[in-house]
Design a protein around this ligand. Structure first.
Ligand code: DX5
Ligand code: ZN
Length: 215
């Protein structure tokens, strides 16, 4: 069963409540919240207040994708704000094991994201502890970029490890996902699709954006 996780980065923030209700009505499985600090990535987006606000609007699981320096200093506030899944990047988290443990100790799911140039094998010693792996299919920072096809072998590799080790871990892809690129990502092994533009900026509206992805 493939899940759809709309990223609110492309939502209309003057109508955030309606946008969240619209994706919920259209059958979204979770909501993806892109947190950017202007340092780890060249853009600044939103923080824990937005997670808290969205948490008050919906019962859908919220995933906080932390594209920030020193994420270990902030995972606590995002958990307090209501995130159900915390995703940190491997590239800037030297004490990955400690961060993952501290998240799971609170009964919250822990995920690790890999940038396009980061190989799958960096997860070899931690994947058994993870609830989710996020493979970035664009360089993080902005919505509306093109899907990088060369990440597909990495998705296959991560799916291989999950299957070989018999893990329950989710495998998610993020960046440039639309009705054209989703089929390849799904064939390569993802079970969660993150999409901002293809949902919130779909010319025929949010519900059609989600329907096209599902089809
Ligand atoms: C990119 C973010 C993505 C982004 C996806 O840095 O992590 O979640 O919002 O946007 P689209 O779907 O437009 O590529
Ligand atoms: Zn994201």
């Amino acid at each position: 069963m493939i899940q759809i996780s709309p990223s609110i980065l492309s939502a209309d923030f003057t109508r955030l409540a309606e946008e969240v209700r619209a994706v919920e009505r259209a059958g979204a499985d979770r909501i993806h919240i892109d947190v950017m600090d202007g340092r780890f990535v060249p853009n600044i987006s939103m923080g824990p207040f937005i997670v808290e606000a969205i948490d008050s609007l919906t019962d859908l699981p919220l995933e906080a994708h932390l594209m920030i320096e020193e994420p270990d200093r902030y995972v606590g506030v995002f958990m307090d704000a209501g995130a159900d899944v915390i995703i940190v990047h491997q590239e800037n988290t030297p004490h990955l094991h400690r961060v993952v443990q501290s998240v799971r100790e609170r009964g919250i799911q822990a995920g690790v994201a890999l940038n396009p140039a980061t190989p799958a094998h960096v997860l070899d010693e931690i994947i058994d502890e993870l609830d989710l792996v996020l493979v970035m299919s664009v360089n993080p920072g902005f919505s509306g970029q093109r899907f990088i096809d060369s990440v597909l072998p990495k998705i296959r590799q991560v799916r291989g490890s999950i299957t070989d080790r018999g893990l329950e871990c989710d495998l998610e892809v993020d960046g440039g996902v639309n009705a054209d690129t989703a089929p390849d990502a799904v064939s390569a092994g993802v079970n969660i699709l993150v999409a901002a533009t293809a949902v919130f900026k779909h010319p025929d509206g949010i519900a059609n954006g989600i329907r096209m992805l599902r089809e």
